[in-house]
Design a protein around this ligand. Structure first.
Ligand code: ATP
Ligand code: ZN
Ligand code: MG
Length: 302
């Protein structure tokens, strides 16, 4: 394989990712998916001992929940909404004419009740709040979802549709903070067990616009977000493959989520970027899984 080619082209050539003609939208080969399946099994081995409640949401969420989350205030540039044709037969004729003439036909689409999920945990908070107060000891959840972010890129690590595996903790501040700290240590050991070099650093989310600057600074100064970084892309800094987020009482207040004794619940989430982790493994150990170091193969395939 020509090591001079950009990583994305080498992944295409090896058939691990499949070009769709859109940057950040790829098919995945069986070999690529197998790495993700095996890695998730290793995550299960670590996280399963805490007996989380497993929930799987589809990659679309209730638009009203999305609106209530405030996502459009912070990250309007990343959001994706689902629109559909809702017209009559006459509208259909004009739609087809529009398409035939090569004009923009999408303006005639109407917003549905569904938006694309921007992070695996977004549908969770309103769902759990609806159950009533948290039980004694709070809550712990295991999530995985395809997520959408409108950030097209030629870097294979920045996709528009990718999977996030998450653990979410809800409850008292001390429990939530301890959960996040614990996962920073587990995450580091986990990556080392598959032969990946890591560093952990404080980070911020890409809050939109001028007002966003203040949120970014605040997030950093209060150590609300950490990332576990692994070098993947040539000529660029290391890539965030996990993130550790402490939301304080943000989602608790937003959704009226309370602890058993009636306090506003605090929340934290730990996210694994599954494609990024697979890409880090391919980058460090080679594009053929059969040639990966024996200890890495043993961790993943037993
Ligand atoms: P970055 O700073 O690289 O944009 P992020 O801060 O936006 O990452 P989070 O919002 O914390 O990332 O998302 C949780 C995890 O999902 C990240 O740690 C990363 O591994 C993964 N992730 C985020 N954006 C993408 C993307 N566009 N493509 C693939 N994986 C992603
Ligand atoms: Zn989350
Ligand atoms: Mg981002």
């Amino acid at each position: 394989m020509d090591m001079q080619l950009p990583l994305l082209d080498r992944l295409f050539a090896a058939g691990l990712l499949i070009d769709t003609g859109v940057d950040g939208l790829y098919g995945r080969s069986g070999a690529f998916e197998d790495v993700i399946t095996r890695f998730e099994a290793v995550i299960d081995g670590l996280g399963g001992v805490d007996k989380p409640e497993t929930i799987r949401f589809p990659p679309g969420m209730n638009r009203a929940h999305f609106e209530g989350s405030g996502y459009m205030k912070s990250f309007p540039q990343l959001a994706g909404t689902i629109h559909s044709f809702c017209g009559c037969e006459l509208d259909h004729v004009s739609l087809l004419t529009c398409m035939e003439e090569g004009k923009d036909w999408t303006g005639q689409q109407q917003a549905t009740d569904i938006v694309l999920t921007p992070a695996a945990c977004y549908p969770l908070y309103p769902t759990i709040a609806k159950r009533g107060a948290l039980p004694v000891g709070g809550g712990l959840f295991d999530l995985q979802s395809y997520c959408f972010r409108h950030e097209p890129s030629k870097e294979p690590t920045r996709m528009q549709l990718f999977r996030m595996r998450e653990y979410v903790r809800m409850g008292k501040p001390t429990d939530v903070v301890a959960f996040r700290q614990d996962w920073m240590e587990r995450g580091t050991k986990l990556m080392e067990s598959v032969g990946l070099p890591v560093e952990i650093d404080v980070a911020n989310d890409p809050f939109f616009g001028r007002a966003g600057k203040m949120y970014k600074n605040n997030q950093r100064n209060q150590n609300l977000k950490f990332e576990l970084l692994i070098p993947v892309n040539a000529n660029a800094g290391p890539t965030a493959c996990m993130s550790f987020n402490y939301h304080q009482d943000h989602f608790g207040k937003t959704w009226g989520l309370t602890t058993d004794d009636g306090e506003t619940a605090h929340t934290a989430c730990v996210g694994f970027g599954l494609e990024r982790i697979a890409l880090a493994l391919f980058k460090h150990h080679g594009l053929d899984v059969n040639e990966w170091p024996a200890h890495v193969r043993k961790t993943l395939w037993g």
